[in-house]
Design a protein around this ligand. Sequence first.
Ligand code: GTP
Ligand code: MG
Length: 542
Amino acid sequence: MVLRCRGWRIGPIGAARQCTRPHSTRAVRTAVLQAEHRAPPILDSGAIASRTSIRTLASSSRTSSRPNDTIYALATGAGRAGVAIIRISGAAVAHIYHSLCLTSRLQPYVRLPPAHKLVVRNVHHPHTRELLDAGAGAILFPAGASYTGETSLELHIHGGVATVSDVLDALGSIRTEARVRPAEAGEFTRRAFEHGRLDLARAEALHALVQAETSMQRRVAVQGTAGFQAKRYEAMRAQLLQAMAMTEALIDFSDEDGVEDGTWMAAVGSVEQMAQLLRGELGVDSAQAWRGATGTRHVGEIVSDGVRLAIYGPPNAGKSSLLNRLADRDAAIVSDVPGTTRDVLQVHLDLGGYKVIVYDTAGLRTRACDEIERIGIARARDAVQSADLSLLVIPADSTSNPPLLRPHSYTAHDADLVFINKTDLHPECARVSGATTWKGSVKTGAGLAELMAGLAQLIQTKYAVSTTEAPLITHTRHRFLLLECLDHINRFLDLARARDPDLVLAAEELRYAAKSLGKITGNHLSADEILGSIFSTFCIGK
Ligand SMILES: Nc1nc2c(ncn2[C@@H]2O[C@H](COP(=O)(O)OP(=O)(O)OP(=O)(O)O)[C@@H](O)[C@H]2O)c(=O)[nH]1
Ligand SMILES: [Mg+2]
């Protein structure tokens, strides 16, 4: 095997540039390699701008949310409560504290309260000095030791609707050099990201934690907020940078001393191992990834977004009745007229700690009575195909079994699921061979507990969430970036398999692969839009 280095480097995007090899190469490369070994998760030689500069770019390019403004918002839920917390962050915090929190002589306090200690204060209107709330709590968080990284203040006031709205109005009336204004959705967390208080994967996990409706959603999200997910990404990125460093060492030192035998094999082996891990996580084989497949939804993604269960079957089988029973309300119209349901309806359930989105669909039959029903049937088929699980509902007196429909994501190991309904009318009915079958009656409630328990068990087994290891993928964004990463890794492995591997191109592919991973945690960001789209989904006050 011959290891080559060229005078010209041509990266995968076709840009040619002169190799800086001659006299200074060794010194430069050594410095780069040392830097990459020292801090692999952050550094990606040459191409990645520093975290700080990216954060600066991200904040300076925004127009709607001025980073120098002091922002405030109700951090707790709207409505009546024992306590409501108003969060304030920015340069004008000290001024705000002195304007709102007054002594019994209606004078400002001489000093700010001690950091991180709750002090009891009366809150007044800054202009009229009217007492707005007595015995409220105030906590000061100094810059660098707050959620946002800026000086922040939390006011823990009594949670009456009028108290909250009057204190918010009072805040809005404060005029300082730095503007004081209500926060935009996700602005506190965005500031935390921009000040390096958390990475992007953790910011997303925080959002998911606030949104979590079920225990499993909470479990996945809290692993992300604890930084377990980001740690996995950083370890993978370090592994790639290590392989890149080995490859680059061979470019410069291949025929000379200093590079151990087997370095190249070690680098390739390490990358191959990562490729295997990614293929497993993404559910793609190498050929699919090469073609730019989207992969299957990952367990972490499914648990976070909800398991999609589509109910399908012939008209009048009792599908809508079952949906209503599961939702415990009349979500869908039920009637004995075949073809009642036209559109796809959905309800959300907590099944065994999992969020499950149940879809009710139009009854399937070959002779639809009108165009609208035909459209409904087409939608029903689409809903089943894009679901995670499908449940066929048939009436107990059914003489022939309708065709079983399977979601695209099913593998050969996934069993078909069938519920035979209306056993109150026809207690004797056959099971559907080859399928997991439950029997019962939506009308009497018989068999429904078994159906629910069976579905819960199936979901818990299929989408088991480890308590110790954070899932790698919890958002679609992660999946696409991992696919991008795998694509570069595949290119690297193709180059590595050649008789005469081009090490320069191979190292370049690893650099791109590491960059894709860096984008997940925000170690490499180039577009403000990415930040905007992520943080805009947050709630106000977070
Ligand atoms: N006796 C009995 N009737 C039931 C049962 N479940 C549903 N029904 C009745 O069956 C009829 C059809 O129920 P739906 O829930 O509307 O059936 P569907 O499968 O949604 O029908 P389409 O929307 O037309 O596809 C209604 O009159 C229900 O009250 C059951 O377990 N026993
Ligand atoms: Mg229906």
